[in-house]
Each structure stands twice: as structure tokens, then as C-alpha cells.
Ligand binder design. Structure first.
Ligand SMILES: *Cc1c(COP(=O)(O)O)cnc(C)c1O
Length: 392
């Protein structure tokens, strides 16, 4: 069978939306002679703080969210013998940073209603070694941070939010990043809600954490030491106070970020529109549609994740295959950590330990949702999903 829609170009699962302003800013950076970390990275940090509505909050631009998570945990003093609790239903970056520091990961199942970490299972995972919790705002829906911060306070634990999906997500009208955890980390990877190609932002209100992260972001060079003595010390002099990392964001990337950030509210509004169309179009299909943000809160709609219900007559793999055959890219978020050889073997994990994440994994698929999609693209996705279920 061949229809005109079969001849349309393949619609990728994700695409960035890069405009003339971003391109002009990158060109300006290239012509300026200053291509790595410099004035634009600094401006991007300030603009990000202003976006969060808190000009004084510390924003540290880094070359990935993974780097930001690593820096936050390092600054909190995490090390061998320590444990960190997080969700099994996430990307490996959330957990691998714990292992970078020689500490161990304790995985918790999800709440099937939100797909976020099961708050009522966190306390059972706490041991005398537990130092921190890393909540992940899955797909762009906020974790109930008020409840999570209560648990953390009660047990004296640090909290670092993996907000790779959660820009701009709100909880009780407050943006993620401003909720009172020790640190929050955003990602500007190519498929996230805004992009710098590769990049991330570490946000904290803790000046000591910020100071340590800034030093460790660039080789352990202590800037304060030489800022204080600039007048007396020659410009070539610097001091290394720790074996730091190479995690700085370039001005080329920051040039993209400055304009992506300005356009973020429009990007989010477009994603919201697409989500609304999906909710309406799929209501009668054998699907569990994704949870919406409660009340007036903002869901960033980084991902729109469908789950096949018991009534579905196709498997997840068949669903994705049929969507590809109809020219639509889909993805799976995620193959849970407990399924991956490394995590499974290191901690002796089985699927039975995480029944909700496992069940979700077996039935879920993410469909395209991004601001660069045209109305015709959205129509194509809707019609492909419906055809996949044999519905008109
Ligand atoms: C993308 C992602 C990361 C890593 O972000 P990078 O900027 O690519 O390092 C971490 N956690 C989650 C949940 C992600 O989706």
C-alpha cells in the first residue's frame, strides 16, 4: 500500500530549532577572536539567573549536564563509602556521576502515575551511608519536591536535582532550580528543550558549593586567589588547588544559549500546544497518556511518553516499527538502569525489584514533540499513531 504520506520525508524524533539570531551570534563570536569561555558564557549565566527570576542565584555554565551533576556532587564532598538514591527510570548520566566519585548508587522504583521516583519508597532505601538524593523530573513533570525535601531534611540528606528535562518546569508556580535543593542541573544537549549543542547549567544558592564548582570546572584553578592579588601578580600567574576537570562552556555554545533562552517561553508554548493536540487525538486509543502537571503548573513537555494499555493489540516494539514504517521517529525513555549490564551486575539488580519501571519500560514509547514541528508534522504523527492502532 502506498499513499502520498508515505513519500514525505522521515520526521525525526527530535530536532533543535536554531534561528537567524543564534547563527548571527555564533558568527559574531567566531569573528570576535574569543571562542572559548569568556564574555558570552558570563552573560549567559547572568541571563539564566534572570530567567529563573533570581538575579543573585549562582549559575555555573558547564559543557554538559553530566559535568554539572559531577561538579555538584563533588562540591558536596561525596566519596567512597557514600550512597546516593535515585530512580532506576532515568538516563545513565544521573547515576554514573556518583560512580565517578567512588560512591554507590541505590535505585528506587517509580510511581506509575507520575513516572517519577516513588516518594514512598525512598525512606526504605536510606542507610547510614546515604548522603544524597537525585530526583529526576521525568519528561518535564516536576517531582513533588516539597515532599522530597521533607524526607531529605528529616534524614540530613543533600538533594541535587537532575533537571535535564525540566526547563521551564514549575512546582506550585516556582521554577525548578529555585526550590531549595542544594543544586539543580539543566541540560542543553541537542534534543533538550533548549540547546547549545552540548552544554549545561549548575544552579545553586550555596556560595561555597558554587565556589568549589567554579574552581573544579576549570582544572582546579583558584580564581579568587588571583583575583585578590591581581594588582601584585603578573597576568601569567595562576594557582592549582585541586585536580580539577575540563567542564567549561565555550562562548560559541553560550552564543546559542543566549538566544535559545530568550525563545524558551515560545518553545514551551508550542510544545504545550502539541501536547494538547495529542491528548485530544489519542483519548479513544488503548493508551495510557502521560500525566499532566497539576493545577496551574508548567510541564516542559520535553517528552510525550505513551504507554500501551492492557487493551492494546500491538506490542511496544511493533508500535515503534510501524511508526518508523510510516515515516515517524520514536524513542524509548528509558531502558531503565536496572536492565543495563553495568548497573545490573554491580548491584545484583533484577526486573522484579522495580516492577513499575519495568512495566512502563515494556509498554512505553516517546513520540516527537518539539517546537520546530509544523502543524502538518503534528497531523502526520497523529494519523500515524491512529493507523498503528487500526483507528481512522
Ligand atoms: C540528557 C540527560 C542528562 C545528561 O545531559 P547532558 O547535557 O547530555 O550531559 C542527564 N540526565 C537526564 C535525565 C537526561 O535526559
Amino acid at each position: 500500500m502506498s499513499t502520498s504520506s508515505d513519500k514525505l520525508p522521515f520526521l525525526p524524533f527530535a530536532l533543535p530549532e536554531i534561528g537567524d539570531e543564534e547563527i548571527a551570534e555564533v558568527v559574531d563570536t567566531l569573528r570576535s577572536g574569543w571562542v572559548t569561555t569568556g564574555p558570552k558564557a558570563k552573560r549567559f549565566e547572568q541571563a539564566f539567573a534572570e530567567f529563573l527570576g533570581e538575579p543573585q542565584i549562582e549559575c555555573i555554565a558547564v559543557n554538559s549536564a553530566t559535568a554539572g551533576l559531577h561538579l555538584a556532587l563533588e562540591a558536596l564532598g561525596l566519596g567512597p563509602g557514600d550512597e546516593v538514591i535515585t530512580t532506576t527510570h532515568t538516563f545513565t548520566a544521573t547515576a554514573e556521576v556518583v560512580r565517578y566519585l567512588g560512591a554507590d548508587v541505590v535505585l528506587v522504583d517509580i510511581d506509575p502515575a507520575t513516572m517519577n521516583i516513588a516518594l514512598d519508597q525512598i525512606e526504605a532505601a536510606i542507610t547510614p551511608r546515604t548522603k544524597a538524593i537525585i530526583p529526576v523530573h521525568y519528561a518535564g513533570l516536576a517531582v513533588d519536591m516539597l515532599a522530597l525535601l521533607d524526607i531529605a531534611r528529616k534524614h540530613g540528606l543533600k538533594v541535587v536535582e537532575d533537571a535535564a528535562h525540566a526547563l521551564p518546569t514549575t512546582l506550585e508556580k516556582e521554577l525548578i532550580g529555585t526550590l531549595g535543593s542544594n543544586a539543580t542541573v539543566f541540560s542543553f544537549y541537542a534534543n533538550k528543550t533548549m540547546t547549545t549543542g552540548e552544554g549545561g547549567m549548575l544552579v545553586t544558592r550555596d556560595p561555597a558549593l558554587a565556589q568549589r564548582a567554579r574552581v573544579m570546572r576549570l582544572h582546579g584553578i583558584n580564581r579568587d586567589a588571583f583575583d585578590r592579588f591581581t594588582a601584585k601578580v603578573p597576568s601569567w600567574y595562576y594557582e592549582i588547588v585541586a585536580p580539577g576537570f575540563k567542564y567549561n562552556l565555550t562562548d560559541i555554545a553560550a552564543a546559542l544559549g543566549l538566544h535559545q533562552l530568550k525563545r524558551l517561553p515560545a518553545f514551551q508554548a508550542r510544545r504545550e500546544q502539541i501536547a494538547a493536540r495529542y491528548f485530544e487525538a489519542f483519548a479513544d486509543l488503548p493508551l495510557i497518556l502521560p500525566p499532566r502537571a497539576p493545577n496551574e503548573d508548567v510541564h516542559s513537555w520535553h517528552l510525550y511518553v505513551l504507554r500501551l494499555s492492557n487493551a492494546a493489540t500491538v506490542t511496544r516494539d511493533e508500535f515503534i516499527e510501524r511508526m518508523f514504517a510510516l515515516g515517524i521517529g520514536c524513542s524509548v525513555h528509558y531502558v531503565p538502569l536496572h536492565q543495563h549490564p553495568y548497573w545490573k551486575e554491580r548491584y545484583g539488580l533484577t526486573a522484579e525489584m522495580f516492577p513499575e519501571s519495568q512495566k512502563a519500560y515494556e509498554r512505553l514509547a516517546s513520540i516527537p514533540i518539539y517546537s520546530a514541528m509544523s502543524d502538518a508534522d503534528v497531523d502526520r504523527v497523529i494519523s500515524a499513531v491512529r493507523r498503528t492502532f487500526g483507528a481512522a
